[in-house]
Design a protein around this ligand. Structure first.
Ligand code: FRU
Length: 472
């Protein structure tokens, strides 16, 4: 979540050695999670239905390099509604905290190139954005660094420190990304480098922040013994993408209420063509104020629904690019996979899950980033299609997969749906009856089940439970 002061918004390894999954070794039953209470304020009716798996498989499908962008339609967003199948259970204020030293938020497990969380020498590993706990929780973005944690059981995490050595990154701050194991002990950390130059005059910890965003990669080695995990390397950093101004808005083109973004790379191998791609959060290219909502953006709106012209400046999108070398340092920008024009200005931390022959595209978003006239909870939203570039349709008819309960609207954020349909996220703010308590630690993992474009919350798992699905 980024809540910037509004005035600031204007602004090789030749072969990827892939982990082999010994399926049975990773199929241990999930431990019991906390006994969280469901929200009493959501309708118990079944949520709006999404299309069937057969219909999703029959949607128009394109080559990843084709110029087709699916839309999250305003008419579909109007169907967003919380119910018992999509509302996150309530977290009590006495939740457990993983590290008393750092705030922990956006988190991603070490994975193989096929998006599966893996272990290294028996250790589970996750990366998280971290900031010292002695700064206000809301200021964490401006000093964010990537931290790492390790665990024997994918649940009891030990904080290991920063991944990238001091003064070795490109920009002022490190924001979300993906960590991929390639080779025997090589880890590639893809991330968002924010700000022009680390330690340079534009790097500030008070406004005006330097929020220029680029996608970057750095490489290092993982090491482990019986006591724990540590890393070396991550000293050489390469910018792999920046906005082109046509498909993806540059910082200079963005004026509020557009929320300039070019961040959160998620890297994966596409099972259909076996090529390597990245998705990330961008905004529709061009100067804020020049975009006009189209019929494809709006869909079949009900009589009397008005579209405030300001909605045309709410232009979040999900980008796509393709790796053009084996060491994953050169990439070709492609047209966006999905746009939320006239619906929502933030489509953060997009990621994909390949399940039963369908491609699921997820993103996280906020209530406060919806365009005027549409609304929904902070949570994770999803879209389904037959392939990576397709005419995606919203999960559950609206896009909403898991939203915060009305009693605790800022409770969970930065959800990631993993290939086993477990959803990990962090605790943002929990109401105590006497104000909000900041979380800055991992939330209970939630288990989903899918039936075509329909999703169902089926189980609450332990806090921060992110089990590996493969060894290395
Ligand atoms: C989501 C997010 C990401 C960004 C990070 C910055 O919580 O806003 O989009 O990378 O947090 O702190």
């Amino acid at each position: 979540m980024i809540r910037r002061p509004i005035r600031l918004l204007a602004a090789g390894v030749a072969t990827l050695a892939l982990a082999v999954t010994a399926a049975s070794a990773w199929a241990a039953p999930a431990p019991k999670g906390p006994d969280l209470k469901p929200s009493t304020k959501v309708a118990m009716a079944k949520q709006t239905r999404g299309i069937t798996a057969a219909k999703a498989a029959a949607l128009a499908s394109y080559k990843p390099t084709d110029n087709f962008t699916a839309t999250w339609k305003r008419a579909d967003a109007l169907k967003v509604a919380g119910d018992a199948t999509n509302t996150t259970p309530i977290i009590p204020p006495d939740f457990p905290v993983i590290s008393q030293d750092v705030w922990q938020w956006d988190t991603w497990p070490l994975t193989n190139i096929d998006t599966k969380p893996i272990t290294y020498k028996g250790w589970h590993v996750i990366m998280s954005l971290v900031a010292p706990r002695d700064i206000p929780f809301g200021d964490r973005h401006w000093v964010a660094r990537i931290g790492y944690y390790y665990s024997k059981d994918g649940h009891n995490w030990i904080y290991g420190g920063h991944l990238i050595p001091e003064a070795r990154g490109i920009g002022c701050m490190e924001w979300a990304g993906t960590a991929i194991m390639t080779g025997k002990n090589t880890v590639r950390q893809f991330y968002t480098t924010v700000g022009h130059q680390r330690g340079g005059p534009t790097c500030r910890t008070s406004p005006p922040y330097d929020t220029m965003q680029r996608l970057a990669v750095t490489q290092g080695q993982i090491h482990a013994d019986s006591k724990g995990v540590w890393f070396t390397g991550f000293t050489k950093h390469t910018v792999i993408a920046q906005p082109d101004g046509k498909y993806y808005q540059t910082q200079d083109q963005g004026i509020p209420p557009t929320d300039y973004a070019f961040r959160d790379p998620f890297i994966f191998r596409n099972p259909k063509d076996k090529k390597i791609y990245a998705v990330w959060e961008g905004n529709t290219g061009g100067l804020t104020g020049t975009y006009q909502c189209t019929k494809r953006d709006l869909g079949n709106l009900p009589p009397g629904h008005t579209v405030d012209p300001i909605s045309a400046n709410y232009t979040g999108n999900i980008g796509l690019m393709k790796a053009t070398n084996k060491s994953l340092t050169t990439w070709k920008l492609l047209s966006p996979l999905l746009s939320a024009n006239c619906v929502n200005r933030q489509t953060e931390r997009p990621h994909v899950v390949f399940s039963k022959g369908l491609t699921y595209l997820f993103t996280i978003s906020h209530k406060f980033t919806y365009a005027p006239g549409v609304t929904g909870p902070d949570g994770v939203y999803g879209f389904v299609g037959p392939s990576l570039r397709s005419d995606y349709r919203p999960m559950n008819g609206s896009g909403l997969v898991l939203g915060n309960p009305p009693e605790a609207p800022e409770q969970n954020y930065s959800h990631e749906v993993l290939p086993n349909l477990m959803v990990q996220s962090f605790i943002d703010q929990v109401p105590t009856g006497n104000g909000n308590k900041p979380g800055g630690t991992l939330a209970p993992t939630l288990q989903l089940a899918f039936d075509g474009a329909n999703s169902y919350l089926t189980r609450v798992l332990p806090y921060g439970y992110i089990p590996a699905m493969a060894g290395n």
